[in-house]
Design a protein around this ligand. Structure first.
Ligand code: NAP
Ligand code: MG
Length: 404
C-alpha cells in the first residue's frame, strides 16, 4: 500500500509520562506505516519546557495559530512536588493555559461511546459534547471574608472619571463577599467557537444561563449569543438543518437528562467545570473522553481529556507492562488528521482518520480492551490486554480495513 500523502504539516506537541510512551506506540503502530506523516514537532515534555524556559510551549501555540491544526499529548502541570522531581528552574504554567490564551479558544469534550458500555442515563444514545467557556467568572474573582458589620459596595470608575456605585449589602454580622467579571470580547469568542463547532459536527447547540436572576451578567451572555447567532449563523444553521436553543440553565439540565444526546451543550465557566465531570462520569470513563480546543477563527488543537497517567508510568519505569487506555489519544490523532485532510482537501487522509476510529471501536466492540474498561463492560466477556496488545489488535483491524 502506498502511504497517504499530506501537504500541510500537522503541529505535533509531545508530552509527558505514560501518555508520552503511548504517543510513540500510536505513531509507530497506527500512523507511520500508513501515512507519509508531515509534522512540525514540538517537545512539550517537562524537561524540554524547563530547558527552553517554556519558550517551546509558546512556539508550539504560535505554530498552531499559523498552520491551523495540532495534536497534543498530555503534559504535566508542575506543582511543588514536580519542582523537586524534575529539578525545575521555575514552576512553569499549564501548557494548556498558554495554548488556550494564544488561540483564545473554547474546549469541547465528547465521550467515545461503545456498545458494551452503557451510559448511566438510560435515554442517552448519542454523545453529549460539553463546551466550557474557560475565561473569567468565579475563576478570576476577587473575594473577601467580611469580619463584621459594615457596608459592601461595588464601584466602577471609567477611564473618563465617570462612576457607577451600588450597595451590595449592609452587613449586620460577619459574612463573605465576591466580585467577578467577564468581557464582551471573551463571550463573543466563546459564542463563535460554539457556533462554528456545532456547524462542524452538524449538531444542535444548547446554551443555558441564569438570566432571570442575573439580569445583567448572565443576561449579557444570552444577548451576545443571540446577536451573533442572528447576524452571523442563523442562515448557516438553517442550511445545515441544526438549531440553536437557549433556555434557563435549570431547564437545560432537566432536558439534558431526558434527552437522547447528540448535541453540543455550551456552558458558562463554572457550569462547564461541574457538568463536564458529571457527563463524562455518566458516560463511563475519563480514558474515553476526547477534547478539542477551537478558536473563534477556526484553529484546532486535539488532545485527550485525561492527564499523563502518572501512576501507570511509575509502574512502567519499573519494567511492568501497563494496561493504560490509549483511546482518547488515538482519537486526538484521528481527529487532527481528519481536520487537516478536510482543510487541505485530502480525502484519503480523512478516510484514514475514519478507518483508524472504526478499527479502534471495532476492537473494543469485539471485547478486546484495557483493564479500565473491562470492569465497565456489560453483556460480553472482555479480554483484558496491555496497551501494546491493544494497539496491536487495532493495527490488525486497521490493516484489514485499509487493505494493507
Ligand atoms: P490522570 O493522568 O488523568 O489520571 C488519573 C487516574 O485516572 C489514573 O491514575 C488512572 O486511574 C485513571 N486514568 C486516566 N487516564 C487513563 C487512561 N488513559 N487509561 C487508564 N486509566 C486512566 O490525572 P492525574 O493523575 O490527576 O494527573 C497526572 C498528571 O497529568 C498531572 O501532572 C497533571 O498535571 C497532568 N494533567 C494533564 C492534563 C493535560 O495535559 N490535558 C490534564 C489533566 C492532568 P488508576 O491509577 O486507578 O488506573
Ligand atoms: Mg473540574
Amino acid at each position: 500500500m502506498e502511504k497517504i500523502k499530506m501537504t500541510t504539516p500537522l503541529v505535533e506537541m509531545d508530552g509527558d509520562e505514560m501518555t508520552r510512551i503511548l504517543w510513540k506506540m500510536i505513531k509507530d503502530e497506527l500512523i507511520l506505516p500508513f501515512v507519509d506523516l508531515k509534522t512540525e514537532y514540538y517537545d512539550l515534555g517537562l524537561p524540554n519546557r524547563d530547558a527552553t524556559g517554556d519558550q517551546v510551549t509558546m512556539d508550539a501555540a504560535l505554530a498552531n495559530k499559523k498552520y491551523g491544526v495540532s495534536v497534543k499529548c498530555a503534559t504535566i502541570t508542575p506543582n511543588a512536588q514536580r519542582m523537586d522531581e524534575y529539578k525545575l528552574h521555575e514552576m512553569w504554567k499549564s501548557p494548556n493555559g498558554t495554548i488556550r490564551a494564544v488561540l483564545d479558544g473554547t474546549v469541547f469534550r465528547a465521550p467515545i461511546m461503545i456498545d458494551c458500555i452503557k451510559p448511566v442515563v438510560k435515554s442517552w444514545q448519542k454523545p453529549i459534547t460539553i463546551a466550557r467557556h474557560a475565561y473569567g467568572d468565579v475563576y478570576k474573582c476577587t473575594e473577601f471574608r467580611i469580619p463584621g458589620p459594615g457596608k459592601a459596595e461595588l464601584t466602577f470608575t471609567g477611564e473618563d472619571g465617570s462612576k457607577q456605585t451600588a450597595l451590595v449589602y449592609d452587613f449586620e454580622c460577619p459574612g463573605v463577599l465576591q466580585g467577578s467579571y467577564n468581557k464582551d470580547s471573551s463571550i463573543k469568542s466563546f459564542a463563535r467557537s460554539c457556533f462554528n463547532y456545532a456547524l462542524d459536527v452538524k449538531q444542535d447547540l444548547w446554551f443555558g444561563a441564569k438570566d432571570t436572576i442575573s439580569k445583567k451578567y448572565d443576561h449579557t451572555f444570552k444577548d451576545i449569543f443571540q446577536e451573533i447567532y442572528d447576524a452571523e449563523y442563523k442562515e448557516k444553521f438553517e442550511a445545515a438543518g441544526i438549531t440553536y436553543f437557549y433556555s434557563l440553565i435549570d431547564d437545560i439540565v432537566a432536558r439534558v437528562i431526558r434527552s437522547e444526546g447528540g448535541f453540543v451543550w455550551a456552558c458558562k465557566n463554572y457550569d462547564g467545570d461541574v457538568m463536564s465531570d458529571m457527563v463524562s462520569t455518566a458516560f463511563g470513563s475519563l480514558a474515553m473522553m476526547t477534547s478539542v480546543l477551537v478558536s473563534p477563527d477556526g484553529k484546532y488543537e486535539y488532545e485527550a481529556a485525561h492527564g499523563t497517567v502518572t501512576r501507570h508510568y511509575y509502574r512502567w519505569l519499573k519494567g511492568e507492562k501497563t494496561s493504560t487506555n490509549p483511546m482518547a489519544t488515538i482519537f486526538a490523532w484521528s481527529g487532527a488528521l481528519k481536520k487537516r485532510g478536510e482543510m487541505d482537501g485530502l480525502t484519503d487522509l480523512v478516510a484514514f482518520g475514519e478507518a483508524l476510529e472504526a478499527a479502534s471501536l471495532q476492537t473494543l466492540n469485539e471485547g478486546v480492551m484495557t483493564k479500565d474498561l473491562c470492569s465497565l463492560a456489560e453483556g460480553i466477556t472482555p479480554t483484558a490486554v496491555d496497551s501494546e496488545g491493544f494497539i496491536k489488535a487495532i493495527r490488525t483491524r486497521l490493516e484489514a480495513k485499509l487493505g494493507a
